[in-house]
Design a protein around this ligand. Sequence first.
Ligand code: SF4
Length: 362
Amino acid sequence: MPYSTLKDSKADFVVAGEGEIPIRKVLDNNLNYRNIQGVYTLEDLKDDNTLADGNPILKAETVMDLDTIPMPDWQALPPASYPHSPHAVIARGNPIGIVMTSRGCPSRCTFCSSNNFYKGIRQRSVANVIEEVKFQIKELGIKELQFTDDNLTLKRDYIIELCNALLENNIKINWSTPNGVRADKVDKEVLKLMKKSGCYLIDFGIESADNQILKNVRKGETIEQIDMSINLAHEAGMITQGNFIFGLPGETQETMKKTVDYAVHSKLDRAGFFALRILPGSDLYKKMHKTCQTDYSHSFISKPDWIPDNLTEEKILRTIQKAYWSFYFRPRRLWNLLNDIPVSQTKYILKSMINYHLFKLW
Ligand code: SF4
């Protein structure tokens, strides 16, 4: 959506794709942003995101070796100045350091924009990642680490090497995967090693407990496989979190109920329930953007961008509210959660509950 980004932001130019190479060129060019691959102004574009001359948009050049990108200037973006929970999860320590080890995902879930945005799968070397982790601990005083990859455990050899490197370097820090990992990309051995190296919370992108819906969105996993990995993570001693989306293609009142029932009775310790967003770059966006109402000013929970034929916005939102209450008002979960919430995060969590209208029906 380069056109609407430019129009809404009133920026001078937009980069289609990853920004490092074109922004460097703009800076080297005395801020002249003309004739740089992937850089466009409003005059270059039509509102259907094609070029004014009718050609498709050409994306920016991509950095293939992520180790060549310098570390972010963390001193200018000190983690201590971030909100208490950058990924809206309950954290054990603050400040929280954010590190990304890779870009890209080979899966093609239709609601996700990752595979269309990033070019191929690229990973930083483990040595490069460890250098940044050490820097954030020593220089920025981070007390928790969040790996924000789309899929930290995508390559088994890599996650094993990373965990071993954390252990060998005697890096003792709580870490988590708040962006979610694929349940079919972990196994007992990997989960145990992750836990040993400091991973206390693992987040799974589950989406639905109905296998037909998982198939409709090309998730490539079944709820049985997902459930097995949740149980293994639980046995490994991690806090397990699952994220669900309501209102995916094929959703009905029955499938929503099935998902809530599954979540409530699963071994998950925490869950996030969200309404469907139609993300630019996703296959759903390509298919539906002309007929759905995308408004990115609201939260993931408060308004679906698209509603299946047999549902209404109200039914989806009521199910989300009900899901949160039924999931968390179980003695084990509530007790663990209350024990896990640091005092510094209580205000933030209450505010989120109000923003998400979780008190509205009760
Ligand atoms: S939802 Fe996760 S697994 Fe699916 S395409 Fe996106 S990043 Fe990959």
